[in-house]
Design a protein around this ligand. Structure first.
Ligand SMILES: *[C@@H]1O[C@H](CO)[C@@H](O)[C@H](O)[C@H]1NC(C)=O
Ligand SMILES: *[C@@H]1O[C@H](CO)[C@@H](O)[C@H](O)[C@H]1NC(C)=O
Ligand SMILES: *[C@@H]1O[C@H](CO)[C@@H](O)[C@H](O)[C@H]1NC(C)=O
Ligand SMILES: *[C@@H]1O[C@H](CO)[C@@H](O)[C@H](O)[C@H]1NC(C)=O
Ligand SMILES: *[C@@H]1O[C@H](CO)[C@@H](O)[C@H](O)[C@H]1NC(C)=O
Length: 738
């Protein structure tokens, strides 16, 4: 990161954006017409898995963690809601299995979507009424972020990653658009135990005792769920629960939706096995900023002892102190993912059969604004937000993935004189101005991101602030960062109070935080947590008052539901500005050529499976293969899935592998592809231009399998100097017995 940032060769790519002042119409109140019959709702889902092969994953910020295979394909899941009395006033919630969201990608998705719709239908959708919230899986390819700090940690912008995600989002919304119909939408909530732990207890304890006493736990166990049904049965659910999808650890090279992706996959699989092929289940992110799924807590890698709780280190070494998931001893991170995913799923299904509040009457509406954070001043002559900056403890990481050991969590010495070497390297990049240092105190500044705009801003100056209300029962906050448990509670309480004061919602309304929505600006902690400067606080970008600033903004937005009327969706913010498009720089070398070892052809099998297996066994085969980045990245709708396991139509062009069963007539029939949980595809480079691929199938792990004769097939595309050619290969047949 330092080397890259230190280069002075980059050309300034920024343009100044226009400062947009939008004046509210003020005073006009909302139509209060009530409608009895339910809502209009639509659901859709699409694949967003980009081309893989040496692409750095977004989440752990480790250049060593490259996407080199597929475990579970990642998805966009879209939901459209409207009141039948105002069918054109729609809100669109999209949950993506990605590390974070991007406004650039959202805008691309809007453009794709509009290009597929009639003029009249295209007018129903724009960035203002589409909220894209990332689940925060740490097992998705990077390259789509808006700001340079996050781009550089994934080696830059990867246009095909952006395209795959944007097209998938558009495809999911398009499918939802096509099935918008009168539906019964209900909401319910409950508490989920034993699926999460706090990972910054010391920060949490800095919050006032009286405030902590209001809650039974230092984690947020609240699960909120929307359920959509119509005459044909269950159509979809959206579930919000606060937990980091970091069950798959920093050494995982396979694309995966992690624990939330697993929960989604399993419920969708179960419904498809019952013949309900349209069902879409999003397990979305909430205020999980300081919540880990690694229930056994931080342990020393070598001894297994509990780490030293003050600095989360083992004898002073933080790199050795890593939190363990519940499956650590028995099956590693895949089992931990299944356990945490299954617990979310079980609670979600329990909620779906419990008592519900039906959403009917009231308006379905949205508000959206761009706000330049550093220009924001707190009300009553309060302090101003800072330009963004990241603290020393940003580089310490967390116990879910500790940093290299050059700093630790809780470094809150604002004099920053305690690490001369650190500061020396930092100052090559950008020495923070005295004003920035003062504004962020007690955070010792590692990266003066707000003063670094080359080749494009390192962190956002402007943020998208967005909120939906769905009748008088549900409000959704589109929060553009990760927010901690207590910060999230304060945010929800403040918004609920505002909405109640305006008589916009009922007393039993649920306010939900949709975390990591629309762009990414790292973390938001409470003021008190900020003083402790653990990782989340060191990554709170706009200084000690970041949360207070957000609460002020979202309260203004909430109030605007009562003071402005459609079609106006942007309230009166003092400073509104949209960011310029970011640069497309990247540091990936293109695939030039694929070769095979002497005498072998692409798709030939170098290690065959055994002759017989039984259910529960894992079949493994190795192939001579090609670089997977040669593959196409066409998005694929799941709308007409026929097979279990979430298999998609499209065949060879859209999967790296299939599991095939031999029919009575000798022909082969596809039963699984690379999209589900039971199969893995993994690529590895051999020497300069050769590749080896490993295909695995764990028989019956989630999709039951009939006894019979099977084979694995591999699909790829190899690049010669002139053309790229498709190839495939199949293993010998093997027998699966019960
Ligand atoms: C919070 O973290 C501490 C330290 O890791 C642990 O002892 C405690 O059990 C955790 N509490 C919850 C509710 O996870
Ligand atoms: C800290 O632990 C890591 C992981 O075990 C090890 O690679 C590293 O050398 C250790 N650092 C020091 C300074 O001992
Ligand atoms: C929580 O889960 C662990 C295993 O992950 C289990 O040992 C423990 O009994 C569970 N605790 C509760 C209260 O359910
Ligand atoms: C990460 O997961 C892998 C596979 O389950 C395991 O071998 C490895 O020990 C894990 N790493 C850590 C730091 O827990
Ligand atoms: C807006 O606020 C006024 C004053 O409290 C209230 O009478 C009105 O019902 C509110 N509008 C809506 C849509 O709730």
């Amino acid at each position: 990161m330092f080397k890259l940032g230190g280069s002075s060769l980059w050309i300034l790519a920024n343009v100044l954006t226009a400062l947009l002042l939008v004046f509210a119409e003020g005073g006009r109140s909302f139509p209060t017409k009530r409608q009895d019959a339910g809502l209009l709702a639509g659901v859709g889902m699409a694949d967003i898995t980009p081309p893989i092969g040496e692409i750095v994953m977004m989440g752990y910020a480790s250049l060593d963690q490259r996407a080199n295979g597929v475990h579970l394909r990642i998805r966009a899941r879209a939901y459209i809601f409207a009141n039948p009395s105002q069918p054109n006033r729609r809100v669109v919630f999209v949950s993506t299995d990605t590390g974070s969201a991007s406004h650039h990608v959202r805008q691309m998705a809007v453009n794709y979507l509009k290009s597929k719709l009639s003029t009249a239908d295209a007018a129903l959708y724009n960035a203002d009424n589409i909220m894209v919230s990332a689940t925060h899986t740490h097992a998705g390819p990077g390259g789509y972020n808006d700001d340079f700090l996050y781009q550089v940690s994934t080696l830059g912008t990867v246009p095909r990653t952006r395209e795959a995600i944007a097209q998938g989002i558009a495809q999911a919304i398009l499918e939802a658009h096509r099935n918008v119909a009168p539906s019964t939408v209900t909401v319910t909530s409950g508490n989920l135990d034993n699926a999460s732990i706090n990972r910054s207890k010391k920060s949490y304890l800095a919050n006032p005792a009286a405030e902590r006493a209001k809650y039974t736990s230092d984690i947020d166990q609240t699960m909120v769920q929307l359920m959509i049904k119509d005459g044909q049965g269950l159509k979809g659910i959206v579930n919000w629960f606060a937990v980091h999808p970091v069950s798959m650890n920093i050494s995982n090279p396979l694309v995966s939706g992690d624990n939330k992706g697993y929960a989604s996959y399993m419920w969708e699989l179960q419904e498809r096995q019952r013949g309900n092929s349209r069902f879409v289940a999003a397990f979305a992110q909430s205020n999980g900023g300081d919540i880990s799924p690694n229930l056994e807590g931080p342990r020393c890698l070598d001894t297994g002892a509990v780490c030293d709780g003050d600095k989360d280190s083992c004898g002073g070494n933080i790199t050795k102190c890593v939190a363990r998931g519940p499956g650590y001893a028995q099956g590693g991170d895949v089992l931990s993912t299944e356990i945490i995913g299954s617990r979310q799923l079980a609670k979600a299904q329990e909620l779906s059969s419990g008592s519900q509040t039906t959403l009917a009457g009231g308006v379905v509406d949205y508000r959206h604004a761009w706000v330049k954070m550093s220009d924001l001043q707190l009300e009553g002559g309060g302090p101003q937000m800072c330009k963004p900056a990241m603290g020393y403890s940003f580089s310490a990481g967390t116990t879910d993935a500790p940093g290299p050991g050059i700093s630790w969590q809780g470094d809150n010495d604002p004099n920053a004189g305690n690490k001369p070497l650190f500061d020396f390297i930092r100052n090559i990049l950008k020495k923070p101005s005295a004003q920035l240092v003062q504004c962020h105190a007690p955070k010792p500044i590692l990266l003066a991101t707000g003063e670094m705009d080359t080749p494009n801003p390192w962190q956002p100056h402007a943020l998208p602030i967005q909120m939906f209300i769905i009748t008088r029962k549900v409000a959704i906050i589109g929060f553009p960062a990760e927010i901690t448990v207590m910060a999230g509670r304060r945010m929800r309480d403040a918004i609920k109070a505002q909405l109640l004061a305006d008589n916009t919602v009922d007393a039993d309304a649920l306010v939900v935080i949709a975390g990591l929505s629309n762009t990414y600006s790292s973390y938001v902690t409470t003021f008190e947590e900020y003083q402790v400067q653990r990782y989340e606080a060191g990554s709170t970008a706009y200084g000690p008052n970041t949360l207070a600033g957000h609460i002020q903004l979202f309260k203004t937005l909430a109030h605007s539901f009562n003071t402005t009327s459609p079609p106006n969706s942007t309230p009166n913010f003092p400073v509104t500005t949209q960011p310029a498009a970011s640069s497309d720089l990247n540091f990936y070398t293109p695939v030039v050529l694929d070769t095979t070892p002497g005498g072998k052809s692409f798709g030939s099998v170098t290690a065959q499976p055994a002759a017989t297996y039984k259910s529960g066994d894992t079949v493994t085969a190795h192939f001579v293969c090609a670089h997977p980045r040669n593959g196409a990245s066409t998005p694929r709708t799941l709308g007409n899935v026929q097979l279990p396991g979430g298999r998609l139509p499209g065949g060879a062009a859209s999967t790296y592998m299939t599991v095939e069963k031999q029919l009575a007539n000798g022909q082969w029939s596809v039963v699984l592809d690379d999209s589900g949980w039971d199969t893995t595809y993994k690529w590895a480079r051999v020497g300069v231009a050769e590749s080896s691929c490993t295909l695995k199938w764990t028989i019956g792990r989630t999709v039951p399998v009939e006894p019979g004769t099977y084979r694995l097939r591999y699909f790829g595309q190899n690049k010669s100097v002139i053309v790229t050619l498709a190839h495939s290969g199949a293993t010998n047949a093997f027998v699966v017995s019960p």
